[in-house]
Design a protein around this ligand. Structure first.
Ligand code: GLU
Length: 449
């Protein structure tokens, strides 16, 4: 195990998030390798931690003032043992190869857990969409796709959204792909409804995160009725996590963006959620504006001098981190426990640091790692691909029911894998072992390629 970690670190010393994601998987699948000599003989860890293909490219574009900018584009095609590479595109200034590799690596196991036929990949750019005009975003997306189009395809690699890439960006990316390839195919998911998108895809990640949490609560004969929840983020995942919590009778106390967070003692109800959706999706404003409209709520700006996030220090029953990686550190997780939180379901990818996770699991918190809890998004992307192949679209109830069933099945799979290895109700171990075993067995079946 140490051997594989030092190899991964030596090869790419600066890719800290990738090391973190690999370390967690490698540690938790050790008992699987101990039981199966073939896995070691076939060097499965070495193979699974090395992307099948990495694509990096220049993205030159012009802003509204005629200034030329050059961003970096990435697509990491991590593993295709179970199907075409599948995973989102992230546009955010923090994006670099290490971040995309960590996300692609996580995606492989997540997609494996969905039971659908999807390999894992991820892509994106260090482009910052914040403050850009519509026309600038369109030109950037077109420039990005002018290179990416030659590497993707409905049976090869199917990108989707992630942070900074929503319906608008998917539209511009799809338009350019169609023009260059002269084909109308399901090459991207998260498309708009009237040209190939699936019902429930926008809601899927958030709904799925709550469905998974509800399953965890059921194991303790509990449900969301009157549960108080801390939610971070205010993008697509946070919005639909909030919506589903409300629908199941829970109360959402917080919501945030990269500048700060809102604490609303009265709870963010449907009307307030609609306001947030308008603010974030249409006006593209800052969450701070919420308190102008609802003065009962309190806004706290991010204080970079603090070594914890006060959002996680509020009293509540549940926490759904839906913002970004490593947003909950050791101190935050201690604060969460002190504040009474007994359930964490990760809507974001890797939002808890390894030290934070150790504390949560140690203290008996029901902890669902992102690769299980937020798999609903990519699962419905898989359903979008299926509908595109048939040139059909399923009704809302059908997609939602399938999503529910998939989340239930992921929950069951994690529990079964965890108890098979004597780890009780450890969803982290269960998700990694179950995701890993399926991918590795497929790789071995397909030979050394
Ligand atoms: N970006 C999402 C994720 O982290 C969705 C990917 C997809 O739909 O392909 O899983």
């Amino acid at each position: 195990m140490e051997q594989i970690m030092s190899l991964v670190k030596e090869r790419d010393p600066e890719q800290r998030e990738f090391h973190q994601a690999v370390q967690e998987v490698v540690e938790t699948v050790k008992p699987v390798l101990d039981r199966n000599m073939e896995y070691r003989q076939q060097a499965v860890l070495k193979r699974i931690t090395e992307p099948e293909r990495v694509i990096m490219f220049r993205v030159p574009w012009m802003d509204d003032d005629g200034q030329v900018h050059v961003n970096r584009g990435f697509r990491v095609e991590m593993n295709s043992a179970l199907g075409p590479y599948k995973g989102g595109l992230r546009f955010h200034p923090s994006v670099n190869l290490g971040i995309i590799k960590f996300l692609a690596f996580e995606q492989v196991f997540k997609n494996s857990l969905t039971t659908l036929s999807m390999g894992g990949g991820k892509g994106g750019s260090d482009f910052n969409p914040k403050g850009k005009s519509d026309a600038e975003v369109m030109r950037f997306c077109q420039a990005f796709m002018a290179e990416l189009y030659r590497h993707i395809g409905p049976n090869t690699d199917v990108p989707a959204g992630d942070i900074g890439v929503g319906a608008r960006e998917i539209g511009y990316l799809f338009g350019m792909y169609k023009k260059l390839s002269n084909e109308f195919t399901g090459v991207l998911t998260g498309k708009s409804l009237n040209w190939g998108g699936s019902l429930i895809r926008p809601e899927a990640t958030g709904y799925g995160t709550v469905y998974f949490a509800a399953e965890m609560l059921t194991t303790r004969n509990e449900n969301f009725e009157n549960k108080t929840c801390l939610v971070s983020g205010s993008g697509n995942v946070a919005q639909f996590t909030t919506e589903k919590i409300l629908e199941l009778g829970g109360k959402v106390l917080t919501i945030s963006d990269s500048s700060g967070y809102i604490y609303d003692e009265q709870g963010i109800d449907r009307e307030k959620l609609e306001y947030i959706q308008q603010l974030k999706n249409v006006r593209r404003g800052r969450i701070q504006e919420f308190v102008e409209k609802y003065p009962g709520a309190v806004y706290t700006a991010v204080d970079p001098a603090l070594d914890y996030n006060p959002l996680w220090a509020h009293k509540a029953d549940c926490a759904m981190p839906c913002a970004t990686q490593n947003e909950i550190n050791k101190k935050d997780s201690s604060n969460l426990i002190q504040g009474g939180v007994t359930l964490i379901s990760e809507g974001a990818n890797m939002p808890c640091t390894p030290e934070a996770v150790d504390i949560l699991i140690d203290q008996g918190v029901l902890y669902a790692p992102g690769k299980a809890a937020n798999a609903g998004g990519v699962a419905v992307s898989g359903l979008e691909m299926a509908q595109n192949s048939m040139r059909l679209s399923w009704p809302r109830e059908e997609v939602d029911n399938r999503l529910k069933q998939i989340m239930k099945s992921i929950h069951r799979t994690c529990l079964d894998a965890s108890s098979e290895y004597g780890m009780g109700q450890n969803y982290l171990v269960g998700a990694n072992i179950a995701g890993f075993t399926k991918v590795v067995n497929a790789m071995l079946d397909q030979g050394l390629v």
